[in-house]
Design a protein around this ligand. Structure first.
Ligand SMILES: Nc1ncnc2c1ncn2[C@@H]1O[C@H](COP(=O)(O)OP(=O)(O)OP(=O)(O)O)[C@@H](O)[C@H]1O
Ligand SMILES: [Ca+2]
Ligand SMILES: [Ca+2]
Ligand SMILES: [Ca+2]
Length: 532
């Protein structure tokens, strides 16, 4: 019986190159053989033992017939009931994403601004979500790369699209809960391409509030006060995140900036932000008024997606058409580059985006080959450090290094620490430390170089492309870089020196060889590991 239902992904889809990686997934380009349609295939990996849940293949979930998935409803319900208890955290997340995507197919699709699910397949390597392909890049990437001038009107068009997607999701009782710029992709490269909300891994179906995973993931920049204080999550939670995105869109920096994560949390919970005169003086008051509404601590007083679709700034009436200060775009550019650098570091060691508080460290590092003793040590340090706050200082980080018998890396501790201290607040999230470890653990002798290489190789293709070098260099603090780096041709020169066989790609061997013979190159490249 299962035989009949189990289709192999490869039978129906040609699986091509990697489009991106997330904490729990690999996303590849694919072509559906029968129709020659291009798709994105998001493979969610199963961790360890799992709870033995299998997903019945839904042969009919196709883009053409959005309601076809309804047939599997009874099955969804049986999965829902008590599934949380039976499965590991990661399996639960995986189940969740599929449940939410199916609900989207049933109740939301097709919608211009919400990603569409075509199909689901499962095999030994995990569950494959066959998604609408979005090849137009992430929200901020496009804005900073755009040759045409950037204006409030352009930002308003972005907000309109996100709000429109949210409105449809919220109507279907779906709360995204992880809304951030990297989860908004343009469908294609055309000028009028729609922007799509994607990545429903943390989303919830609003009627169910039992909520095991709250706010433990990624950056807290976009997380609402109610999520931080573990109060009730509602559709208004997404509206807060939209407020944060809008603030960044118009200033190039996030509304809540603090010396530590803890402090940032407090600021968010108090709704403590301001419009610094210098940056905001030229921004229309209507935009500021909208941001203030969205960043209201009391969710009941926050506007809904439906409401803001009628806001004069959002519809474009009061959004200025003139080009914004160049400074805003350049700040957005470096904000974006930093975020990517950090994401690359995290993705390069694959998944630690989870859980400080679930105690299930084994699940978290299950795939990293850490010995039981090592896990023990880590977990002790976790407890110690996490008691007083979420982040570790350099001193604590060094202690952990020692405890992990990685003392040989002590001279590098500062650099490694710095690498993970993305917001330069002198502390590092423990998740990031784990990422750092596994990366170091897996790379023996060439630690620093390998780490560097991985950081450049953002798509994990095993090779570095020129764009990857460029985006990495852009992410570095200016004073780490040679003065002539911005000169025309300099980047090509650096790249060509590494690409020994001139095939346009740099492999790790080429990378290493280049570093060994060329010390000035080593300086540039290793600057990514150098504390400022
Ligand atoms: N439909 C798509 N079309 C094109 N690229 C995609 C698509 N879906 C995902 N990607 C790429 O893959 C990356 C990872 O996808 P996604 O964010 O869904 O994964 P994730 O494992 O849930 O990640 P996260 O760690 O953010 O939770 C994205 O940042 C994006 O670059
Ligand atoms: Ca994502
Ligand atoms: Ca996700
Ligand atoms: Ca090469």
């Amino acid at each position: 019986m299962m035989e009949q239902e189990t289709r192999r992904l490869c039978d129906e889809y040609e699986v091509l190159d990697i489009l991106g990686r997330g904490g729990f997934s690999v996303v590849r380009r694919g072509i559906r053989r029968r129709s020659n349609t291009h798709v994105a295939i998001k493979t969610l990996r199963r961790f360890g033992g799992g709870g033995g849940i299998t997903f019945p293949m839904n042969r009919n979930v196709t883009g053409e017939k959005p309601r076809a998935a309804a047939a599997s409803n009874s099955n969804l319900n049986s999965i829902k009931k008590g599934w949380w208890k039976q499965v590991s955290v990661s399996d639960a997340l995986l189940t969740n994403e599929i449940l939410v995507m199916r609900k989207i197919v049933e109740d939301v699709s097709p919608h211009e601004n919400v990603i569409h699910l075509h199909d689901v397949c499962e095999d030994a390597s995990g569950v494959h979500l066959v998604l609408e392909l979005c090849s137009g890049g992430e929200l901020f990437d496009r804005i900073v790369a755009q040759p045409q001038p950037y204006s409030e009107a352009a930002a308003a068009a972005v907000v309109r699209q996100i709000a429109s997607g949210l409105e449809a999701l919220h109507r279907a009782n779906i709360v995204h809960r992880d809304l951030k710029p990297e989860n908004c992709l343009f469908r294609d490269h055309t000028e009028n391409s729609p922007l799509k909300i994607m990545d429903f891994g943390l989303s919830s179906l609003e009627e169910e509030f039992t909520d095991p995973v709250v706010g433990l993931f990624g950056s807290i920049d976009y997380v609402s006060p109610e999520a931080l204080s573990q109060a009730t999550i509602s559709s208004k939670t997404d509206m807060w995140s939209l407020g944060v995105i809008l603030y960044i869109l118009l200033s190039g920096y996030p509304p809540f900036i603090a010396q530590s994560n803890r402090q940032k949390q407090l600021m968010i919970m108090a709704g403590e932000f301001s419009f610094y005169e210098k940056t905001w003086k030229n921004i229309s008051s209507s935009a500021k008024q909208l941001i203030s509404c969205l960043l209201t601590v009391d969710p009941h007083r926050r506007p809904s997606a439906h409401e803001i679709l009628y806001h004069p700034w959002v519809i474009g009436d009061s959004a200025k058409q003139e080009e914004m200060d160049a400074e805003i775009v350049s700040r957005l550019q470096s904000f974006n580059a930093r975020r990517k650098l950090r994401a690359a570091a995290i993705a390069s060691v694959w998944s630690c985006s989870m859980l400080l508080r679930t105690k299930n460290l084994k699940n978290l590092v299950g795939n990293y080959d850490l010995k039981p003793e090592e896990l023990d040590i880590l977990s002790q340090h976790f407890k110690k450090i996490c008691v007083k706050g979420d982040n570790a200082t350099l001193g604590e980080f060094e202690e952990v290094l020692k405890a992990m018998k990685l003392s040989s890396l002590m001279p590098l501790a500062g650099r490694i620490f710095d690498l993970f201290d993305n917001n330069r607040d002198g502390t590092v999230d423990m998740r990031e430390i784990i990422c750092g470890f596994s990366s170091l653990k897996n790379s023996k002798g060439d630690d620093a170089l390998r780490l560097c290489f991985q950081m450049y190789d953002t798509d994990r293709s095993g090779c570095i492309s020129k764009e990857e070098v460029a985006s990495m260099l852009r992410a570095l603090p200016e004073d780490c870089l040679p003065a002539d780096i911005t000169e025309p041709g300099k980047l090509d020169e650096i790249f060509d020196r590494m690409d020994a066989n001139s095939d346009g790609k740099v492999t790790f061997d080429e990378f290493k060889a280049a570093m060994q013979i060329d010390s000035s190159l080593r300086d540039v490249v290793l600057s990514s590991l150098r504390p400022i």
